[in-house]
Design a protein around this ligand. Structure first.
Ligand code: TRP
Length: 320
């Protein structure tokens, strides 16, 4: 069973990326043949500063490895290392109905958040479809927001298989239903486009400052605090053991503890949680040759799967 997923390096990776995508994907490494990649072509729809893009790509590579992606188990590569994916995007685009893309929520959402309405942004789901189909993927672990894109990929695969030959496997989405929405600093879903993120690898000082800036209500220290919709509590749950979490819930209910103290507890738990990954990241950072080697081997393995698919596609549609 081939498991494939990608992450966009459109900024520095944050807790929302970690709990929504990276942690579940890392957990699936033993469940099948994992193909994980950095979706750098996709990032061009939102990043147009080459220095920033370079930084985000390498940052995402380091973060993913530091967080536990095991290159011995998983084929880990950069999307752009296999440019055939853009050829496939074009080919699939010729049989993708406009209406299918017009219905995509993610496009409408991004336009609403002032991303430039380019053809690339509009056909983003076709590139994603090409990612999935090129590698003959069985299962795609993604967050809920990407579910519709997997349905698009299935639709396009069916169309191609019917119109030409049965070249593509039909992928299944694997949605992490248990992961609740990770709230950001302002309580809305943590997302780069909302500017409310907490990055995974901040310095101690930066992390403390960010956590202290989490928006709270103005309940006085001695009053009970509402647990429902509390950002601090929701985030603390991701890191704390059940006894510590229970303690915080009790303290919310009882009153007598202020938000400053709750934030301190959150800070301590988060700092501790990412500690081994921070150490691993430092080691990786000191060894750029190994990183290049990992990406090179990943690209070679990805290419070995992509090539036969492309050969079949070209032959099926009548290219020479
Ligand atoms: N669009 C995905 C996201 O933003 C990233 C992505 C690109 C992806 N290609 C993919 C995910 C293929 C799964 C499969 O989260």
């Amino acid at each position: 069973m081939r498991i494939l997923t990608g992450i966009q390096p459109s900024g520095t990776l944050h807790w929302g990326n970690y709990f929504g995508m990276m942690q579940p994907a890392i957990g699936l490494q033993d469940e099948g043949e994992a193909f994980y990649f950095i979706a750098d072509y996709h990032s061009l729809t939102s990043v147009c500063d080459p220095a920033a893009l370079r930084k985000y790509i390498m940052g995402a590579v380091l973060d993913f490895l530091a967080c536990g992606l095991d290159p011995l188990k998983t084929c880990f590569f950069l999307q752009s290392a296999i440019p055939a994916v853009t050829e496939l995007t074009w080919i699939l685009g010729t049989l993708t109905p406009m209406g299918l893309l017009e219905r995509c929520h993610s496009y409408k959402d991004k336009i609403a958040h002032n991303l430039p309405a380019t053809q690339g942004l509009f056909s983003y789901p076709v590139l994603m479809t090409a990612d999935i189909l090129l590698y003959q993927t069985d299962v795609v672990p993604v967050g809920r927001d990407q579910k519709q894109h997997i349905e698009v990929a299935r639709d396009i695969a069916v169309k191609f298989n019917q119109k030409y030959e049965a070249v593509f496997k039909l992928p299944e989405a694997s949605i992490q239903e248990t992961t609740e929405i990770i709230p950001g600093l302002d309580g809305a879903k943590m997302s780069k486009s909302y500017g409310n993120t907490i990055e995974i690898f901040l310095t101690e000082k930066e992390l403390y400052k960010k956590i202290m800036s989490i928006r709270t209500d103005s309940a006085p220290v001695d009053h009970p605090k509402p647990r429902e919709g509390s950002t601090i509590l929701a985030l603390y749950k991701l890191f704390a053991n059940s006894a510590d979490y229970q303690q915080m819930e009790d303290d919310y209910q009882r009153g007598g503890v202020g938000y400053g103290e709750f934030k301190k507890r959150l800070f301590e738990a988060a700092w501790l949680f990412f500690k081994p990954m921070r150490a691993r990241r430092e080691e990786l950072l000191a060894d750029p040759v190994s990183i290049e080697q990992i990406l090179k081997e990943g690209a070679a393995r990805a290419q070995a799967v992509a090539q036969p698919t492309m050969d079949r596609v070209r032959s099926a549609i009548g290219l020479r």
